[in-house]
Design a protein around this ligand. Structure first.
Ligand code: SF4
Length: 439
């Protein structure tokens, strides 16, 4: 354990699992700690504190968290091990029993991490601090840069939807957000330090603004009005909250990119009902065709869950043919796993595990087909590309406005710059199209 009030030059390692929201939050926690004198270091190097921000979206996520905690403890046996995030909020006792864990901080406590570390007591090394999730009301926008070029801005947290398979409302609490001007202020901070692309993230971002009497559309318009050399992407948004008004606005915007990520989850109305989703497949199909009618080259990524209770062979086949008929670019396929406390457990006819795996394989193959078709349709077209920092062999990659990954020979001077490029042949090594820049 570290001494009270002596944070100056103490070394901290951060490890984040899960979604972009977690990365944005680790960044906010990190800023608090670095402002108080901590110095960031890397796993395997000398450290006084390890902070692990966890995910609990599936059983596999829980297992990965346990493995990450154990690995960090082996690397840093004397460091104070702080575990926070969704796994810590949902199963604090289980987390506290993992060897090496000193502090377990829930969703409400994670942003006061310094106070908890300051009072960490060597005589009582396993301490859990969590607040009942329905009591959590606070919200702070936060922003993090990924290991490439993009920034992830947390604009919203929590969810009130309670889909029958999902534990997120129990881990993150009620839907909440700041107001438009506070959110824009956070984005301006990122732009000030060089952000050229900012992704708006949250648990249910379309629900933004309920407390302030504003809407997600208000937020999108405010981002569009920012006068700077920057572009924005909307991350996953529920189909019922992706209004036609938003789609029409994005279609004419120069700053909001023609790139959509929409969770479908199931392609039959029967399973959507079992999941307690708030739309039917006809609404989803309408959103996809609305986007494509206004932005024929827009990238559309779609989440699907396979193998929930009650998804019969026939319903799965129907779902596949519905998805096959959608003009979308890629699927993100998730295999259902039972989660304690969810309503799905009360439903009959669980899908056998081997069948879940088979269905996942079928949809992955469908995703590959969609993806290839989309990429082929983009060859020969010209777009602005934002080049990223990573060097892969002698190449660098970037993304077009409509989220096509492209590559070119590495050139350090191009990192985080926008350039017009014509998309050429397929580069299998980089899983990207070769881009020829146009001067
Ligand atoms: S919308 Fe449904 S799936 Fe998404 S976070 Fe909320 S409860 Fe979970």
């Amino acid at each position: 354990m570290i001494d009270n009030n002596v944070f100056h030059n103490k070394k901290v390692v951060f490890h984040t699992l899960g979604c972009k929201l977690n990365f944005a939050e680790t960044s906010a926690i990190g800023k608090t700690m670095l402002d108080e004198g901590f110095v960031k270091t890397h796993a395997g190097e000398e450290a006084d504190v390890c902070v692990i921000n966890t995910c609990s979206v599936t059983d596999t996520a829980d297992r990965k968290c346990r493995q990450a905690i154990s690995k960090l403890h082996r690397q840093h046996p004397r460091a104070t091990m702080v575990v926070t995030g969704c796994y810590a909020q949902l199963k604090p006792e289980e987390v506290s029993r993992i060897e090496g864990v000193d502090l377990v901080l829930g969703a409400n406590e994670k942003f006061n991490i310094l106070e908890y570390i300051r009072h960490a007591d060597a005589s009582n090394p396993k301490v859990i601090f969590t607040t009942k999730i329905n009591k959590i009301k606070n919200f702070e926008p936060s922003c993090s840069r990924d290991d490439r070029t993009r920034y992830f801005l947390k604009v919203q947290d929590g969810c009130d939807y309670y889909c029958t398979y999902c534990t997120i409302p129990f881990a993150r609490g009620r839907s909440r957000s700041a107001n438009v001007s506070q959110t824009i202020a956070k984005a301006l901070e990122a732009i000030e330090v060089g952000a050229k692309e900012i992704v708006l993230t949250g648990v249910n971002i379309g629900d933004f603004g309920r407390q302030s009497g504003e809407s997600f559309f208000d937020l999108v318009q405010a981002f569009d009005a920012i006068q700077a050399d920057v572009r924005f992407r909307i991350s996953s948004i529920e189909p019922n909250l992706l209004t036609d008004e938003i789609i029409e606005f994005v279609a004419q915007s120069k700053r909001i990119m023609p790139h959509f990520h929409i969770p479908l989850q199931a392609g039959t109305n029967e399973v959507l009902t079992l999941m307690k989703r708030k739309y039917n497949r006809e609404l989803f199909a309408h959103k996809v065709s609305k986007i494509k009618s206004l932005m024929p080259d827009a990238f559309i990524g779609v989440d699907v869950i396979v193998g929930v209770h009650g998804e019969t062979d026939g319903l799965f086949e129907d779902s596949c043919s519905f998805i096959d008929g959608l003009d979308i670019s890629q699927l993100h396929v998730f295999t259902y796993s039972e989660r304690a406390g969810t309503k799905m457990l009360d439903l009959e006819n669980p899908t056998p595990l081997p069948e879940r795996k088979k269905r996942s394989d079928v949809l992955h193959a469908l995703s590959d087909k969609k993806w290839q078709h989309f990429y082929e349709s983009q060859q020969g077209k010209t777009y602005p590309v934002l080049w990223e920092s990573k060097k892969i062999d002698d190449s660098m990659v970037g993304f077009t406005t409509n989220y096509v990954k492209v590559s070119r020979p590495y050139d350090k001077n191009r990192i985080n710059t926008l350039e017009i490029a014509k998309l050429g042949t397929w580069n299998a090594d980089k899983s990207a199209l070769v881009a020829k820049t146009i001067n």
